[in-house]
Design a protein around this ligand. Structure first.
Ligand code: XIL
Length: 457
């Protein structure tokens, strides 16, 4: 998720190498299925988004990780997670100077074990402050806020793809003003101070401003956030992305100019993310429109829904999510998956040449199973590969990549890596016999992955 707005030194390759070696591959998710003789049509949200160069994520309540019905859907469908509450200020620093990372760390561990990307939410916010912070003001509060940003971003350094550095700092309505809060009263520069502290603490995380009611391009609040981001870019304040929460209250609240909003922010040189999507009664058309708009804007990096089942939702009485309370897919789920699978605009450049001809692999040594490579979609900077295993239902397949190419995302398996980051061992994880991965070319467009072995069991 590197981007061209990075400060010098925050290169895409550096970041890709860092993420791959620190974690177990990005974007692992289940269910990519390659149909013979046709373009691949993925069967899960995450796999389909990955084929579009994007993620599809969800808010996670850490306490629900004990609910196997919940984690089954989570692990099958999603390749990105945001802590619903566990990385907020009151959760992480309940008493001043006493940090409690237990639940946040649990989520990061789970995400790692599944190859999911993590969005950190949120470093500075007027809400869900611990009591000690609510009672503070002035320089004392400013310093406490900056210390929180520094401590937390340092703790999670290297494990967070994007931080919501500041959340909800603008007022609703027509004023276009900042929201009044104890943080705002420390001085108008509190937002940029938070971004600078976050950049210093974790130079490799992308730093986002996140808000709601900034979906309609004509709204004063949208325009005010736009001007702030424009000002930050002009003055070199480190900002990489804008998050649109997109809590919609009904089909009509999806604004017809949503795509304009996304592309207008993107034109400032920041990525855009749809960070907390839920829509009252989950109308299929509004969900479909949101997906189509994100796919149409190259810098829209992905979509996060704010919970899995309606019963998990903070607005559960509105049934706004993609799965019903029994964990079954709702019509909006099918609309989203179809829109993702139909999406044709690649994130950068156009689909280019077919993969180089020639045998993509040497015949792999077989030890109770056989791994067969199917080349997938190719973009200007990356390509997908599927591997189908036959002869065993549990297996591990060793795949070697030629440097400087790097695997940037995987799905439908549990990957581990050697120290070079160029040899991946993919183990079956119960999501079938076909796994897949995306490889960044990094300047070498001809090399293709080699299967080194397939081992049953
Ligand atoms: C919500 C959570 O979903 C609830 O569990 C909690 O009680 C309140 O916060 N905007 C945000 C999220 O940025 O952090 C909020 O999450 C929803 C609105």
């Amino acid at each position: 998720m590197a981007n061209s707005s990075r400060a010098p030194g925050r290169s895409r390759r550096l970041r890709t190498a860092l993420v791959v070696s620190a974690a177990v591959g990005l974007l692992a998710t289940a269910g990519a299925v390659v149909l013979p003789g046709s373009a691949s049509a993925a069967s899960t949200l995450g796999a389909s988004a990955a084929e579009r160069g994007r993620y599809f994520g969800t808010a996670v309540a850490v306490s629900r990780l004990n609910d196997s019905a919940y984690t089954t859907i989570l692990n099958r469908e999603f390749n990105q997670v945001t802590a619903e509450n566990e990385m907020k200020i009151d959760a992480l620093q309940p008493n001043q100077g006493q940090f409690n990372y237990g639940n946040g760390d649990r989520l990061v561990q789970h995400a790692r074990s599944q190859g999911m990307l993590v969005r950190g939410h949120t470093l500075a916010w007027h809400a869900q402050q611990p009591g000690w912070m609510q009672n503070m003001s002035g320089t004392t509060l400013r310093n406490a806020m900056l210390n929180h940003v520094t401590q937390v971003a340092t703790h999670y350094r290297g494990q967070i793809e994007w931080w919501d550095v500041v959340n909800e700092a603008f007022a609703d309505g027509s004023s276009g003003a900042r929201r009044d809060s104890n943080l705002q009263r420390t001085g108008n520069d509190w937002i940029e101070a938070a971004f600078r502290a976050a950049r210093q603490a974790d130079p490799n995380a992308d730093l986002c401003y996140n808000d709601y009611n900034i979906d309609n391009w004509n709204d004063a609040k949208t325009q005010a956030v736009y001007r702030m981001v424009q000002d930050f870019k002009n003055r070199g304040v480190p900002i990489d992305c804008v998050g649109l929460q997109s809590h919609f209250t009904g089909g009509s609240n999806y604004p017809s100019n949503y795509r304009t909003t996304l592309s207008s922010f993107a034109a400032l040189g920041v990525d855009v993310h749809i960070t907390e999507l839920d829509i009252r009664n989950a109308p299929s058309d509004a969900y479909r429109n949101v997906v189509n708009d994100c796919i149409a804007v190259a810098r829209c990096k992905g979509i996060t829904v704010w919970g899995i089942r309606d019963s998990d939702s903070w607005r559960s009485s509105e049934s706004p999510l993609l799965f019903n309370s029994s964990g079954q897919k709702k019509p909006a789920y099918d609309a989203v998956l179809t829109a993702l699978n139909n999406g044709t605009t690649p994130p950068t450049g156009n689909p280019t040449t077919p993969p180089p001809t020639g045998n993509p692999t040497t015949p792999p040594p077989s030890s109770g199973c056989t791994a067969t490579v199917t080349p997938g979609q190719v973009w200007g900077d990356r390509y997908n590969t599927s591997v189908t295993v036959s002869g065993a239902s549990t297996w591990s397949v060793v795949v070697a990549i030629t440097a400087p190419q790097k695997i940037s995302s995987t799905w439908s398996g549990s990957p581990t890596w050697d120290s070079s980051g160029n040899v991946m061992t993919m183990r079956s994880n119960g999501s079938g016999n076909t796994f897949g991965f995306t490889t960044m070319m990094n300047g070498n467009s001809s090399a293709r992955p080699q299967i080194r072995s397939c081992t049953a069991g």
